[in-house]
Design a protein around this ligand. Sequence first.
Ligand SMILES: NC(=O)c1ccc[n+]([C@@H]2O[C@H](COP(=O)([O-])OP(=O)(O)OC[C@H]3O[C@@H](n4cnc5c(N)ncnc54)[C@H](OP(=O)(O)O)[C@@H]3O)[C@@H](O)[C@H]2O)c1
Length: 244
Amino acid sequence: MSVLLLGGTAEARSLAELLIADGVPVVTSLAGAVTDSRLPPGEVRIGGFGGVPGLASYLREHGIAAVVDATHPFAAQMTANAAAACARVGVPLVRLSRPGWAARDDAASWHWVDTIADARRAAESLGARVFLAIGRQSLGEFVDWTDRPVLARVVDAPDFEVPATWEVLRARGPFTLDDELDLLRGHDIDVLVSKDSGGPTEAKLDAAATRGVAVVMVRRPALPEGVPVVRSAAEAATWLRPAH
Ligand SMILES: NC(=O)c1ccc[n+]([C@@H]2O[C@H](COP(=O)([O-])OP(=O)(O)OC[C@H]3O[C@@H](n4cnc5c(N)ncnc54)[C@H](OP(=O)(O)O)[C@@H]3O)[C@@H](O)[C@H]2O)c1
């Protein structure tokens, strides 16, 4: 009986490695949205399931013993679907969600917002030159910012035509503090917009603190009720032990 690992994060890859090393059969599921050559070990399936009914059928048909939702903290739809489908079929589910950045000393100085729309409003009031480090999918909400210099950093290119005042930088983190300082300095950035993703890309926050750049931070979406949460791949592996 396999574990289904909803992936797309470094933690999911680490967990796949731990489980394979332990001899646990694992299927990692990827949305397929991002180009990533670093596939995890074990079986990999790619593409959506077709909502809650599709995922519930998959769990039944493949005799899945347990599900680990190790998707990105902002992949709220997949997380909600996993909770609903697992409850429907009676398969144990755990959410693997790495710690966010709220515990940092400088977190109290950030402008915390609940949505990308709120982030946009906050950024508009804080300065002219904005660095959007929020991922490709959320960039669309800024597309009518045609009058201001924007630096947008993404792994894959946006699927819309960006305004002429924007510079799109394609890069995959993590980045060093020196790189981030150079970027903020080179583009004379006033405001950094980030999601509270947690993980290894926090040098941008250190650089912003060093340079006095305002930070707009989007809070994580709420977790589904009743789903246990673990913070690391090792914790998830421990949680899974009774399940198989
Ligand atoms: N959101 C971010 O900022 C972010 C950042 C880095 C990586 N990612 C990764 O990119 C993927 C897509 O993120 P998103 O924000 O678009 O998710 P989302 O909005 O929560 O999910 C949208 C739909 O994509 C499909 N999907 C998402 N994750 C999947 C997975 N691991 N396996 C199979 N299907 C999946 C599902 O389609 P069906 O309903 O058809 O099943 C889901 O309903 C996630 O796996 C996530 O871990 C997201």
